[in-house]
Design a protein around this ligand. Structure first.
Ligand code: HDE
Length: 703
C-alpha cells in the first residue's frame, strides 16, 4: 500500500484525502497505551477529523464524537477564586514531635509515630489566576490536614496580621486592591489610587501595611516563607479545658526574600517563578519542610495584654508568649493534575476537628460564612466535598442527599434521622462528636467596634522598630514605589500623615523620598514597645546554600574543569549550578568538549539565580562582552547584591556592565585559571549569606 493510503486507512480519511501527513502513532503501535474513548467509553477511531459530507463538505450534526469533545472543552473553566486566585499546591504529611494531649485532644497531635496526610496551597491574593508570582502581595498558606477525625483546614497567610478587623469590610478592601473596575488595571498590584485611597481612610490597616511593604511580601520562594494562622484559636484538651492559641509555620530553610528590582524583572523572565521553584524542588527530592508551632496562653494572660487577642490586626509578640514547636510539615509529592487538585481544593476555616475551636474574632466569624458560600459558585455544587482532593480520608456518612454532581450512591429508604426503619443508618454520637467550647456569651445586639480594638499604631511601630536598618530602608522604598504610582496627591499626603503617626522617622523618610514639599509635621503619641527580634527576617537569616541555584554564564573556550569544580563544590553545600550559555545547545570547552546548557542567556537572566559565576575564559569571545543580555546578567547580579565568581573574562564583562575592579567587594571572588578549593569556598561562603547587604548603599541612591 502506498504511504498515503496507509495513513488514510489509519485515520479514516479516504485515500488521497485532504489531510496533510500526520505525526503520532495509533494505539496498535504503542503497546500498553489505552485506546482513546468518548466519555461513554466508546473507542474513537479518528481523533483528528470531524465527520463531513464529502471530503470538502459541511460537518454533520450527527458527529457525536466531535460534539462531545468540543462541548467539554467549552466548559473547561470554572470561576477562579475571588481572592487567592493564583496558587500552587503540593501533597505531604504532618507529624507531631510528641503527644500534645496536655494541650489538645486533636487526634493528629497525639502520636509522633503517625503521619497525617496534608494538601497545601500557597497563593498570592490580589492577582487573577494568570498573574505574576513575584508581585508585592500577601501570600496565602492554606493547609488541609486529612486527619482520622475528619479534615482540618488551617487557612492562613505569610503575614501574622490582617488589614481589617471586621469581616464587614472585606469586600471593600478587595474591591479597592483589585484592578479598577472602569479600566481593569493594574493586575496583581496594590500600587494604584483605589487601594491607597481605601488604606489611607483605614488606619486599622497600618500594621498590616508595614508588613506588606516589607520584604515579607516578595518572598524568594514559597519554601522560604513563614506562615501564620492569624486569628486566635482555641486548643481544647480531653478534660474540656480550653486555651488560646496562635499558630505559626517556620520554614526549615529559613526565611528569605527577593529584592524589589529583582522581583520586577522576574515577572518578565519567569512569571511562574514560585510555582516552578516549588514544583522543581519537590520533583528533585528537596522536600520543603516547616516547623509547626503554637503560642498557647490562657484567657487570664490574654486579659493582661495591652491589645485584644480577638483583633486580627494584632500579633502576640514572642517575648510575651514563646513558641512551642509542635511538629513538622513536609511536602513530598507534586499534584498529579493541577486542576483536579490545586484548583478544586476547597479550604474553609470552619473545617475543624475536635480539640481545635474558634474565638469571637469578628474577622474569623465572617470567614466562617464566606468559605462555604464561595465554593457554591466556584465549584458549582454543595457536593464539592466529594471531589477527591476535598474528601476526608476517614469514613464519612450523613443523610445529605442530591445536589448537582452527586458522586456517592447511598442505599436504602432512610435519609432522615431519627428513624426506626434502618438500624444501620448514621446516627449522632455525643461521645465522639465535635462539641463547641461552651464559652458564655451575653450582651446587647449592636454594631460597635470594641474600645480594645482602637490602637492602630503601637504594633505598626513595634514592627518598624524591630527591623534591621536594611529592612527599614526597604520599607521606605516600598512605600515610595507604591505611593509614587498614586496620582491623587491628597491620598499620598493622607497616607504619609498616617506613617508619621506610626513613627516620625518612617513618615519623614517616606515624605522625603516622595519629594513632598510640605510634610505633615505630626509626631507619634504611641508608646514605643521594646523591639521583637523575630519580626525581622534579615536578623535571623541562616547562612545556607541548601537547595539554591547558582547561574554560571559561560563563554565558548572556558575550561570544563573549572565548571566541573564549581559544580562539585556547590553540590557539597547543597546547591546546584545551571549553565547559561550564548547558545541553548551549550558551550565548547577549552578541551573541545560540548557541555550542554540549561539556559540560553536571554532566557536565563541572573534574577533567576541566588548567586552567579561569570566565566569568559582568559580571552573572552567578542560576542560574550558585546551581548546586552550577558552584560545585564552581570550588572543585575551585582545590583541585586549577589555573590559573584569571576575569571578574567568575567572581570571584563563586569567592566562592560559598569562594575570596575574598584567596586569589587568580598562577595566578588576572582577565580584563578585553575581555582583552588579555597577560592571556591570563598565564593560559596559569600553566597551562603544570600545578599551582600553592605553593597546596597553603593548600588542604590539613599532613601
Ligand atoms: Fe480569605 N477567602 N477571606 N483570608 N483566604 C478566600 O475562599 C475571606 C482572610 C485565605 O488556597 C476565599 O475558597 C473573607 C484572612 C487564603 O484555596 C473567600 C475574609 C486570611 C485563601 C475568602 C478573609 C485569609 C483565602 C476565596 C475576611 C488569613 C486561599 C476562595 C472576613 C488568615 C485558600 C475561597 C486557597 C480564600 C474570604 C480574610 C486567607 C472568598 C470574607 C484574615 C489562604 O471565601
Amino acid at each position: 500500500m502506498a504511504n498515503s493510503a496507509k495513513r488514510a486507512k489509519r485515520t479514516g480519511t479516504p485515500p488521497g484525502g485532504r489531510t496533510a501527513p500526520e505525526l503520532g502513532e495509533t494505539a496498535a503501535e504503542r503497546p500498553g497505551a489505552p485506546s482513546i474513548t468518548t466519555n461513554q467509553g466508546v473507542v474513537i477511531a479518528d481523533n483528528r477529523n470531524s465527520l463531513t459530507a464529502g471530503a470538502r463538505g459541511p460537518t454533520l450534526l450527527e458527529d457525536f464524537i466531535l460534539r462531545e469533545k468540543i462541548t467539554h472543552f467549552d466548559h473547561e473553566r470554572i470561576p477562579e477564586r475571588i481572592v487567592h486566585a493564583r496558587g500552587s499546591g503540593a501533597h505531604g504529611y504532618f507529624r507531631p514531635y510528641r503527644s500534645w494531649a496536655a494541650l489538645t485532644k486533636a487526634d493528629f497531635l497525639q502520636d509522633p509515630k503517625r503521619k497525617t496526610p496534608v494538601f497545601v496551597r500557597f497563593s498570592t491574593v490580589a492577582g487573577g489566576a494568570g498573574s505574576n508570582d513575584t508581585v508585592r502581595d500577601v501570600r496565602g498558606f492554606a493547609v488541609k490536614f486529612y486527619t482520622r477525625e475528619g479534615n482540618y483546614d488551617l487557612v492562613g497567610n505569610n503575614i501574622p496580621v490582617f488589614f481589617i478587623q471586621d469581616a464587614m469590610r472585606f469586600p471593600d478592601l478587595i474591591h479597592a486592591v483589585k484592578p479598577e473596575p472602569d479600566r481593569e488595571f493594574p493586575q496583581g498590584a496594590s500600587a494604584h489610587d483605589t487601594f491607597w485611597d481605601f488604606a489611607s481612610l483605614m488606619p486599622e490597616s497600618l500594621h498590616m501595611l508595614m508588613w506588606a511593604m516589607s520584604d515579607r511580601a516578595i518572598p524568594r520562594s514559597y519554601r522560604m516563607m513563614e506562615g501564620f494562622g492569624v486569628h486566635t484559636f482555641r486548643f481544647v484538651d480531653a478534660a474540656g479545658t480550653a486555651r488560646l492559641v496562635k499558630f505559626h509555620w517556620r520554614p526549615k530553610l529559613g526565611s528569605f526574600s527577593l529584592v524589589w528590582d529583582e522581583a520586577v524583572k522576574i515577572m518578565g523572565a519567569d512569571p511562574d517563578f514560585h510555582r516552578r521553584d516549588l514544583w522543581e524542588a519537590i520533583d528533585r527530592g528537596d522536600f520543603p519542610a516547616w516547623e509547626f508551632s503554637a503560642q498557647v496562653f490562657d484567657e487570664e494572660t490574654a486579659a493582661k495584654f495591652d491589645f485584644d487577642v480577638l483583633d486580627a490586626t494584632k500579633l502576640v509578640p514572642e517575648e510575651l508568649v514563646p513558641l512551642t514547636p509542635l511538629g513538622e510539615l513536609v511536602l513530598d509529592r507534586n499534584p498529579d493534575n493541577f486542576f483536579a487538585e490545586t484548583e478544586q481544593v476547597a479550604f474553609h476555616p470552619g473545617h475543624l476537628v475536635p480539640g481545635i475551636d474558634l474565638t469571637n474574632d469578628p474577622l474569623l466569624q465572617g470567614r466562617l460564612f464566606s468559605y462555604l458560600d464561595t465554593q457554591l459558585s466556584r465549584l458549582g455544587s454543595p457536593n464539592f466535598a466529594q471531589i477527591p482532593v476535598n474528601q476526608p480520608k476517614c469514613p464519612f456518612h450523613n443523610l445529605q442527599r442530591g445536589g448537582h454532581m452527586r458522586m456517592s450512591v447511598e442505599r436504602g429508604r432512610v435519609a432522615y434521622e431519627p428513624n426506626s426503619l434502618d438500624r444501620t443508618a448514621p446516627a449522632q454520637d455525643p461521645d465522639r462528636g465535635y462539641v463547641h467550647h461552651p464559652e458564655p456569651v451575653e450582651g446587647p445586639k449592636l454594631r460597635l467596634r470594641p474600645e480594645s480594638f482602637a490602637d492602630h499604631h503601637s504594633q505598626a511601630r513595634l514592627f518598624w522598630t524591630s527591623q534591621t536598618d536594611i529592612e527599614r530602608t526597604h520599607i521606605v522604598a516600598a512605600f515610595r514605589f507604591e505611593l509614587s504610582k498614586v496620582d491623587t496627591v491628597a491620598v499620598r499626603e493622607r497616607m504619609v500623615g498616617h506613617l508619621f503617626d506610626v513613627d516620625a522617622e518612617l513618615g519623614g523618610r517616606v515624605a522625603a523620598a516622595l519629594g513632598m514639599a510640605a510634610v505633615p509635621g505630626r509626631s507619634p503619641s504611641v508608646a514605643s514597645p521594646p523591639p521583637s527580634p523575630p519580626l525581622s527576617i534579615v536578623a535571623k537569616a541562616p547562612e545556607t546554600l541548601a537547595t539554591r541555584k547558582i547561574g554560571c554564564l559561560v563563554a565558548d573556550g572556558v575550561s570544563g574543569t573549572v565548571v566541573e569544580a564549581l559544580r562539585r563544590a556547590a553540590a557539597r553545600k547543597g546547591a546546584t549550578i545551571a549553565i547559561v550559555s550564548m547558545k541553548r545547545s551549550g558551550f565548547r570547552t577549552e578541551e573541545g568538549e560540548i557541555i550542554p546548557a540549561d539556559f540560553f542567556v536571554q532566557g536565563g537572566p541572573s534574577v533567576l539565580f541566588d548567586a552567579v559565576a561569570l566565566l569568559g575564559g582568559a580571552e573572552p569571545p567578542a560576542d560574550f562582552l558585546r551581548d546586552a543580555a550577558a552584560r545585564n546578567f552581570a550588572a543585575d547580579a551585582f545590583a541585586h547584591l549577589k555573590a559573584i565568581a569571576v575569571d578574567a573574562g568575567g572581570v571584563a564583562l563586569l567592566a562592560r556592565a559598569g562594575v570596575g575592579e574598584a567596586d569589587f567587594d568580598g562577595a566578588v571572588v576572582t577565580l584563578p585559571p585553575r581555582p583552588t578549593p579555597a577560592t571556591l569556598t570563598r565564593f560559596l561562603t559569600a553566597a551562603m549569606r544570600h545578599r551582600m547587604w553592605e553593597r546596597e548603599a553603593r548600588v542604590n541612591a539613599p532613601v
